[in-house]
Design a protein around this ligand. Structure first.
Ligand SMILES: Cc1cc2nc3c(=O)[nH]c(=O)nc-3n(C[C@H](O)[C@H](O)[C@H](O)COP(=O)(O)O)c2cc1C
Length: 359
């Protein structure tokens, strides 16, 4: 039988009833202390028919925050807040991973403990905006992390993974995409280091692989996934030669056997075909589950699964405006339109009030 978007899939130790993944989506609605709230629990529970939810990027430490009101996963209060979410999703029959995030240089001094500079592989300011006090502003000039600080960064991911499991998540996705800290280390536009973490491909991939080893060591490979975006241009990131870099990264990941690789094809939320890149060359180097994302329609998703290009397809924007996206895709029903004004921050409007087909 040919696999379809609506056939089940075994992901590590869990069964997904369909191949539709909810992509991680930052919505800036965390409460005081960057704690997930009952409203956030309601939002995710509404989307529990997804084969898998990857919950929004959540900072692994205070320095890892780059936008206001994003949730964290480094304090006991944050663990308790997320427990509301995972309980609600599980009660609604769903499965949920948490995306682990350190923004690196995509931050602002006003969000950093003590108002200091954000950290990065090198002291190079990103040509990018962040979101503070309800508006988009330039990111601050970062300082380069000292070699001696890197074990502490790896440790924060390990502790965050432990916290995510304590909060009831089925697993975690390490955010190594979209120009945030791990991607900044990978790519030569942001990494000018001359130590063991800069220069060669092996050196630039070192932090990513150390984080993956630490997280897998803590919670197991069956509960650890990773998100990559080889050629995205968001957040001012780029690499002069991404194909050999990502061929190497995926070969090394294959040895660690994370439960999935989540691949953003093209520019996140933008063109899929440019810059050109050979994703099949990556897929062929990896034996685990493959999630593809970026601009997929139902027809594109069915084709990608039928011809083996991906096992699972992640949808981002369509899940914001369609809590019952799986049912709509199944029926070929029309989708609700996305309200861009309510994406970041605010309350229930544009968050938990999008109608289902049944309503
Ligand atoms: C409002 C919004 C928030 C996002 N937040 C995240 C995030 O927290 N982590 C992440 O990896 N990608 C994030 N993305 C990117 C999406 O996960 C996804 O890659 C992108 O929307 C392309 O998929 P789509 O065409 O199905 O929407 C975000 C996108 C949007 C529109």
């Amino acid at each position: 039988m040919t696999a379809s978007l609506f056939s089940s899939f075994r992901l590590g130790d869990i069964n997904l009833p369909n191949r539709v993944v909810m992509a991680p989506l930052t919505r800036n609605r965390a409460g005081p202390g960057n704690v997930a709230t009952p409203l956030i629990a309601e939002y995710y529970a509404q989307r529990a028919s997804a084969g898998l939810i990857v919950a929004e990027a959540s900072q692994v430490c205070p320095e890892g925050q780059g936008y206001e009101d994003t949730p964290g996963i480094h304090t006991p209060e944050q663990v308790a807040g997320w427990r509301l979410v995972t309980d609600a999703v599980h009660a609604a029959g769903g499965r949920i991973f948490l995306q682990l995030w350190h923004v690196g240089r995509i931050s602002h001094t006003s969000l950093q403990p003590g108002g200091v500079a954000p950290v990065a592989p090198s002291a190079i300011t990103a040509e990018a905006k962040t979101y503070v006090a309800g508006r988009f502003i330039d990111t601050s000039a970062p300082r380069a992390l000292a070699l001696a600080e890197l074990p502490g960064i790896v440790e924060s991911y390990r502790l965050a993974a432990r916290n995510a499991i304590a909060a009831g998540f089925d697993g975690v996705e390490v955010h190594a995409a979209n120009g945030y800290l791990i991607d900044q280390f990978l790519k030569d536009a942001a990494n000018h280091r001359t130590d063991a973490y800069g220069g060669s491909i092996e050196n630039r991939a070192r932090l990513l692989l150390e984080v993956m080893q630490a997280v897998i060591g803590e919670i197991g490979a069956a509960r650890t996934g990773i998100r990559l975006s080889p050629v995205t241009l968001v957040n001012g990131i780029s690499d002069s030669n991404p194909q050999p870099l990502f061929n190497y990264v995926v070969e090394q990941l294959d040895a660690l056997q994370p439960v999935f690789i989540h691949m953003i094809e093209g520019v996140t939320g933008g063109p899929r075909d440019e810059p050109a890149f050979d994703y099949a060359a990556l897929r062929q180097r990896y034996h685990g589950a493959w999630i593809a994302n970026n601009g997929y329609t139902a027809a594109m998703a069915e084709a990608a699964i039928a011809n083996g290009q991906a096992d699972l397809i992640a949808f981002g924007r369509p899940f914001i405006s369609n809590p019952d996206l799986v049912e709509r895709l199944r029926q070929g029903a029309p989708l609700n339109e996305l309200d861009k004004k309510t994406l970041y921050g605010g309350g229930a409007a544009g968050y938990t009030d999008y109608p289902t087909l049944a309503a």
